[in-house]
Design a binder for this molecule. Structure first.
Ligand code: TXA
Ligand code: MG
Length: 339
């Protein structure tokens, strides 16, 4: 299959009629969202949705998020909308929060992997919204990476993984947030974060009161099936350094691993030289900038042939720190050093 790349970064946004028709007719289209790029298919077409799993090499028991541009599309997609869900939709959609709701009749079986719930989100990226409007069907879309690799935050990342496997890739420029949406289960009366993401826990609590967090670390059957898989990983070994004397510990680790090509993700705004490191990527001193930079930085480490990635993590679990911690710890496969 030849993949057509559409430039939607131009003024006016490019012509999205052909990819929209392709989606409606069962094809695969990659599109930008404010979080990461999504690999979309018509969520009402089981055969189209199964092609997503094949293109990504994704385990069939890991359900997908359905993307909509208008709440009128919820009819038939979900069986009920609890009060707390309604409040979050009103305040946070369009935006990076996904709601897990009781499943409606129309959703293709492959989307939900046998669960009686369905995850739904309304992205805010203007290109995603225009594509969804033109396609006029709900669109199931996981992140557009091959399974286990870091999620793509530019069209170039998408092409690394998906060239030849999808009909269209729409380039909308770099994604704002850089990490995926917050997945919130509201299907059972409570409000539980299954995956921290672009909307912080504190923002949810200000709307609905107490919110619990069950990101399923170490559980064999977590409530969000995706949390049990290896994810977001660079090809080489990676270690996260956290605590109080982070830079000193990073320098010690570099000495211990002398002879390896070592890349450092620094939690700073400037690339100050670190002796023995082959590359230093300054990811910014705030969790938001680090989140924005993380996946691109990990792919860059692979491209440069790093043999060890050391990532500084000085943040607390507040705000975006929570989602960033979740992704960066997973990227390192739980390999964390406390300094
Ligand atoms: O920001 C995002 O959410 C991006 C963009 C493309 O929208 N999408 C994304 O999709 O990250 P994916 O497939 O990479 O992650 C979806 C997560 C997985 O952890 C999956 O297990 C969980 O959502 N999920 C989907 N449906 C679910 C359900 N019915 N119940 C519990 N978890 C669900
Ligand atoms: Mg993903």
């Amino acid at each position: 299959m030849t993949t057509k790349l559409i430039d939607a970064t131009v003024p006016g946004g490019g012509d999205l009629t052909a990819p929209a028709r392709c989606l409606r007719e069962g094809g695969l289209v990659v599109f930008p969202t404010e979080t990461v790029y999504g690999l979309g298919a018509n969520a009402l077409d089981d055969c189209a949705v199964r092609a997503i799993f094949a293109a990504k090499g994704r385990p069939a028991d890991n359900p997908l998020i359905v993307h909509i541009w208008d709440t009128a599309q919820l009819d038939g997609l979900v069986a009920a909308i609890p009060d707390a869900a309604r409040r979050m939709m009103d305040a946070l959609w369009p935006g990076p929060v996904t709601l897990v709701l009781p499943r409606g009749q129309q959703v293709a079986p492959a989307v939900t992997a046998g669960l009686d719930t369905v995850a739904v989100r309304m992205p805010s990226h203007p290109v995603a919204r225009e594509l969804l409007r033109l396609a006029d069907v709900p669109v199931a879309a996981p992140s557009a990476n091959t399974s286990t690799r870091p999620s793509p935050t530019t069209a170039a990342h998408v092409m690394e993984d998906m060239d030849g496997r999808v009909a269209y890739v729409i380039d909308g420029g770099p994604c704002d947030v850089g990490l995926e949406s917050t997945v919130v289960d509201v299907s059972d009366g409570g409000v539980t974060i299954l995956r921290p993401g672009g909307v912080p826990l504190e923002a949810l609590e200000s709307l609905v009161g107490h919110v619990s967090c069950d990101a399923g670390a170490g559980t064999a059957a977590p409530r969000s099936p995706g949390m049990k898989y290896k994810h977001y990983a660079p090809r080489c070994e990676m270690v996260v350094v956290t605590g109080t004397h982070i830079r000193e510990r990073v320098e010690q680790l570099i000495v211990q691993h002398a002879g390896k090509r070592i890349g450092v993700l620094a939690a700073s705004d400037i690339t100050k030289d670190i002796p023995g490191a082959a590359w230093i990527t300054a990811c910014g001193a705030a969790p938001e900038s680090y989140a924005h930079a993380l996946f691109a930085a990990l792919r860059d480490m692979d491209a440069r042939g790093a043999e060890l990635v050391i990532a500084e993590f000085p943040f607390t679990e507040r705000g975006m720190g929570r989602a960033l911690r979740n992704r960066i710890y997973k990227s390192a496969g739980g390999n964390v050093v406390q300094s």
